[in-house]
Design a protein around this ligand. Structure first.
Ligand code: BES
Ligand code: ZN
Ligand code: ZN
Length: 496
């Protein structure tokens, strides 16, 4: 999809649809919308008076052949209360407009940012909004929804002098959104087309194309490094595991500066292993590699955005299968760190592979750790598909992440990590056990387990089990993989 900036007056823009947004106010006809209203002979004012045009969030008002405009249609999108309006709302408006118009077989449109809104950030979020909204998980459909294609989007409302910052935002938005869609593509693949080996190949190809260094550890190297926790999950499958290491190392990074470690869970299919999951809904467990996909996507974006900080991405990947060699409840495994683990439930496998992932990231020199994982059903119970669960060992680091989440328009909610929860994973015959000996706080227990392998390093765990997959389409996003957390993590790294 082509996205361009247009600085000529919007009345003269030739497009299939001119799009802008209205705030929910007593008189929603203000600023640029009032200029449009004047050109259109007061039509919008009439619609507002009759109550048809109110500015309520994501209300759509489509007008055909509007007077005074070169555009074939005028689309007004409700933006809600002006005081609550921010770039996250604008991103969604851009996305929702795209999906609304695409469904009507429209091929191009121009979105006019409102008065005072011609910033770098506006162009960035509109670009992110339209590109992520355009993503359809229909790769394997012969009758593709993506045959209905938006070919080009114009971002308007920028004067000649504002154009430069608009272009900058547009370029940044494209890098981020393309990386988010790249991650979503990986997640959308079914497990027969996305094994650990294939995922590693895709990660390697991306890294090489982007100019990042990359190393893929195969099952032999994984065994030589004594990654016993990862191997224990992998042993039940005929598909061999992989450990991916992608490094971004800018020449400007100073010795002694923080090194960020990004670790992503990539279980390409989670049957539960011997502690097998129920059949109903099991097909969804192809997205159990979303954390890994997100981290690979983050690296793709960083390669272009070029932050000044070193970043090491570690993605342990395996299937979790109940094969003849599968580990069994009660088995004791030794993680790479040397800690011994009682595997009381083979379905709590994400924390096992992350144990070796975070330990290895530390060994490679990461000083600040962040992992992302579809780790627990409990986080879905607690936060549904609305918030990412955030767990942290260092409040100032966690606060930084939460601020980035806000800036990136991704909802995240901090969950407790009190020392009292440590009791629940104390082992009977080994150092620790992989599930709780008590009841409740399932998501925290999962986080507590990973924390055992982080030592003194500031560490954040993102449980994306509820948010990595959209069960229903949103007006601005298709059903399926979301690529959640990517924008927040890119923002966080860029803030160093
Ligand atoms: N991959 C699942 C978590 C999950 C559940 C992701 C629902 C997405 C949607 C994870 O490996 C798992 O099975 N966790 C168990 C842990 C339990 C055995 C302590 C769970 O949440 O039930
Ligand atoms: Zn599991
Ligand atoms: Zn899992």
């Amino acid at each position: 999809m082509q996205i361009t900036l247009e600085s000529k007056p919007f009345a003269g823009i030739e497009t299939e649809a001119l799009v802008s947004y209205v705030f929910e106010e007593t008189d929603p006809i203000q600023g640029r919308v009032s200029e449009i209203d004047k050109l259109a002979g007061g039509l919008l004012g009439k619609l507002a008076k009759s109550g048809e045009l109110t500015g309520k969030p994501l209300e759509f008002t489509l007008i055909h052949a509007p007077a005074g405009l070169k555009a074939a249609r005028l689309l007004l999108v409700g933006a809600g209360k002006k005081e609550q309006f921010n770039s996250a709302t604008l991103r969604r408006i851009g996305g929702a407009a795209l999906r609304y118009l695409k469904a009507r077989s429209i091929k191009n449109f121009a979105l006019v940012v409102r008065e005072g809104g011609a910033t770098e950030e506006s162009a960035q979020v509109v670009t992110e909004g339209v590109l992520t909204a355009d993503f359809e998980p229909d790769k394997y459909k012969t009758d593709k929804k993506s045959d209905k294609r938006i070919e080009s989007v114009t971002i308007a409302g920028y004067s000649d002098s504002e154009r430069g910052r608009g272009e900058k935002g547009l370029a940044k938005g494209r890098i981020i959104a393309d990386s988010q869609n790249f991650a979503r593509d990986l997640v959308n693949e079914p497990s027969n087309k996305m094994t650990p080996t294939i995922l590693a190949q895709k990660a390697e190809a991306m890294a090489k194309a982007a100019g990042l260094s990359v190393e893929i550890l195969d099952e032999k190297k994984i065994a030589a490094l004594k990654m016993g926790a990862l191997l224990s999950v992998a042993q039940g499958s005929v598909e061999p595991p992989r450990m991916m290491i992608i490094t971004y190392n800018p020449p400007t990074a100073k010795p002694g500066a923080p090194v960020i470690g990004l670790i992503g869970k990539a279980v390409t299919f989670d049957t539960g292993g011997i502690s097998i999951k129920p059949a109903d809904g099991m097909e969804k467990m192809k997205y159990d590699m979303a954390g890994g996909a997100t981290m690979i996507g983050v690296m793709r974006a960083l390669a272009s955005l070029k932050p000044g900080v070193k970043v090491i991405c570690v993605v342990p990947s395996t299937e979790n299968m109940p094969g003849g060699r599968a580990q069994k409840p009660g088995d004791i495994q030794t993680a790479m760190s040397g800690k011994t683990i009682e595997v009381l439930n083979t379905d709590a496998e994400g924390r096992l592979i992350l144990a070796d992932g975070v330990h290895y990231a530390k060994q490679l020199g990461a000083t600040h750790l962040i992992d992302a994982a579809t780790l627990t059903g409990a986080i879905v119970v607690a936060l549904a598909g609305v918030n990412v669960g955030v767990f942290g060992s260092d409040q100032s680091f966690t606060d930084k992440l939460l601020a980035s989440a806000k800036a990136a328009g991704e909802r995240m909610w901090q969950m407790p990590m009190d020392d009292e929860y440590r009791e629940f994973i104390k082992g009977t015959v080994a150092d620790i056990q992989n599930i709780s000996s008590g009841k409740g706080a399932g998501a925290t227990i999962g986080a507590m387990f990973i924390k055992e392998f982080t030592g003194d390093s500031p560490w954040i765990h993102l449980d994306i089990a509820g948010t990595a997959w959209n069960d229903d389409a949103k007006p601005w996003l298709a059903k399926g993989p979301t690529g959640v957390a990517l924008r927040t993590l890119v923002h966080l790294v860029m803030s160093y």
